[in-house]
Design a protein around this ligand. Structure first.
Ligand code: GDP
Ligand code: MN
Length: 389
């Protein structure tokens, strides 16, 4: 689960990390009052669950309360589309008004999970700010990783190691070590998958402050933290993921163009790996479950069809407890209700295969059939236009 910047900053503050003074506004009047309370000079920031807001006009400087009101009027009620948001963007229902800091330099700082080592790690860079994604692509050596063994947890020397490449003054180094202690404690106590500050800014009087913050929580641990549920903002959530949660389908939106309908989490992950290894990207993770009904399959299929980013659908089913004929009936039922305007690659194996194949061929759907796993993925990648990474 993601939360807004203003919520992430309040959490940081609760863990002893300095943030600029801030006020939340849902109307133009509130924005003007907030700007006035902050002394006129302020920053207005669209609250939307996406990065890249600065470059997309979602972070704006104002010199006065009346200018702040104008900017709030331009932002509130619009959708923010950024390089990271996808074409639909996110609705802006609130703007955050913050005190305006004079920035000496910007750093990148995060505590995240290193999947390969199954450990938390600190990620930091002396070149923080809005160009961090480009930096990660073009100069990855400027982004530093410090592994934190979970058995020791965060120790001061981890903080000093992170500080070394940033070229900080001794006072700011000391502050960084303490900020990282707070970030690590937050990361562990609230079961986060990411605690990110970008930029962490060097500002007045030899201090540091978090000018932007992003926090994500591990959904599987949310039941341990009922207080976090109050931070959820449904207006920012993917409608497909919300619908899937209601239907009992495991579904996660990804950024590629191959829509996957698979049974079993293991096969679903293997399918995504195979797509990536053949140079393309999955549009989603979708596991209809080990004992899928035709209705579940139909609703999963309809979900994939409703996603404009999906250029081809790949069905990869191994019939064990799930029967191939049940899956086939679900696909045929869904395709009857929605026009199938994109290629559909189907690989069925296992229980009741012949009956499943009969249902599909009698459905008259223009299906690209495949027998083997790799063959199915190759056909899907080709049908998607051979899209490369
Ligand atoms: P993002 O683009 O969604 O990551 O939004 P950020 O909150 O990181 O803002 C983008 C950029 O706006 C930052 O990298 C800063 O350069 C600038 N910015 C944000 N807050 C302030 C501030 O208080 N003062 C000044 N001068 N610039 C700011
Ligand atoms: Mn940022």
């Amino acid at each position: 689960m993601k939360i807004h910047e203003y919520q992430a900053k309040e959490l940081l503050l609760a863990y002893g990390i300095p943030i600029p003074r801030q006020k939340l506004a849902g109307t133009i009047e509130q924005a003007a009052l907030a700007a006035q309370a902050l002394g006129g000079q302020c920053v207005l920031k669209a609250q939307a669950h996406t990065g890249g807001r600065g470059k997309a006009g979602g972070v704006r400087l104002a010199e006065s309360a009346s200018r702040a009101a104008e900017i709030a009027g331009e932002l509130l009620g619009k959708r923010l589309v950024t390089e990271q948001s996808g074409p639909a963007g996110y609705p802006i229902e609130k703007v955050l008004v913050t005190a305006r800091e004079r920035i000496e330099s910007e750093y990148y700082l995060a505590v995240a999970l290193n999947d390969a080592l199954a450990c938390p790690e600190i990620i930091c860079s002396g070149e923080g700010g809005t160009e961090i994604e480009a930096l990660a692509r073009e100069r990855p050596e400027l982004i530093h990783h410090i592994i934190i063994p979970p058995e020791s947890g965060y120790c001061e020397y981890h903080g000093y190691e992170a500080a070394r490449p940033l070229g900080l003054s001794p006072e700011r180094k000391r502050r960084l070590v303490s900020i990282l202690r707070g970030m690590y404690r937050l990361f562990v106590e609230k079961d986060c998958s990411l605690v990110e500050i970008n930029p962490l800014a060097a500002i007045r009087e030899d201090t540091l402050a978090a000018l932007d913050a992003k926090i994500s929580f591990d959904d599987n641990a949310l039941f341990l933290h009922p207080e976090l549920e109050a931070l959820r903002d449904p207006s920012q959530e993917d409608p497909n993921e919300a619908r899937a949660r209601e239907t009992g389908i495991s579904y996660i939106t990804l950024d590629g163009s191959i829509g996957c309908l698979v049974n079993g989490a293991g096969l679903a992950m293997a399918t995504m790996d195979m797509i990536r290894s053949l140079g393309a990207r999955p549009a989603n993770f979708l596991d209809v479950g080990g004992s899928a009904t035709a209705e579940k399959v139909a609703s999963a299929f309809t979900m994939l069809l409703s996603d404009p980013r999906v250029k081809v659908i790949l069905v990869n089913i191994f019939g064990g407890i799930t029967r191939c004929d049940v899956i086939a009936a679900g696909i045929a039922a869904a395709a009857r209700h929605t026009e199938l305007s994109i290629p559909l690659v189907v690989r069925l194996q296992g229980a009741h295969l012949a009956a499943g194949q009969r249902i599909l061929s009698e459905s008259g759907l223009p299906i690209i059939q495949a027998r083997e796993f790799r063959e199915a993925v190759e056909k899907a990648v080709t049908a998607a236009g051979g899209e490369r990474l």
